[in-house]
Ligand binder design. Structure first.
Ligand SMILES: [Zn+2]
Length: 86
């Protein structure tokens, strides 16, 4: 799950960078239809980035009590057990 989230975030970031470059070219060429399409792709890229981040957070669960860990400490704030970080 965590790996899938990382891949998703990497792909989304890559798409966003390419999209920004293409959008710059479209603006330079006064192609505003193209800019609109790029804006939609950028919105999808941002949504994918957020989804990836949410997946990453929710994949980070305490192995002892199963609660989602949002903090980066090595102990679970809910049950106090030690959490192994990969
Ligand atoms: Zn716990």
């Amino acid at each position: 799950m965590k790996k899938a989230a990382n891949i998703m975030a990497a792909v989304a970031a890559f798409v966003l960078i390419i999209d920004m470059l293409v959008m710059g070219l479209m603006i330079a060429n006064d192609n505003y239809d193209g800019v609109t399409v790029c804006a939609y792709i950028a919105a999808a890229g941002v949504a994918a980035l957020i989804a990836g981040a949410v997946m990453k957070i929710s994949a980070n669960k305490c192995p002892h009590c199963g609660k989602v860990l949002v903090t980066s400490g090595s102990f679970c704030p809910y049950c106090g057990e030690k959490v192994e970080r990969k």
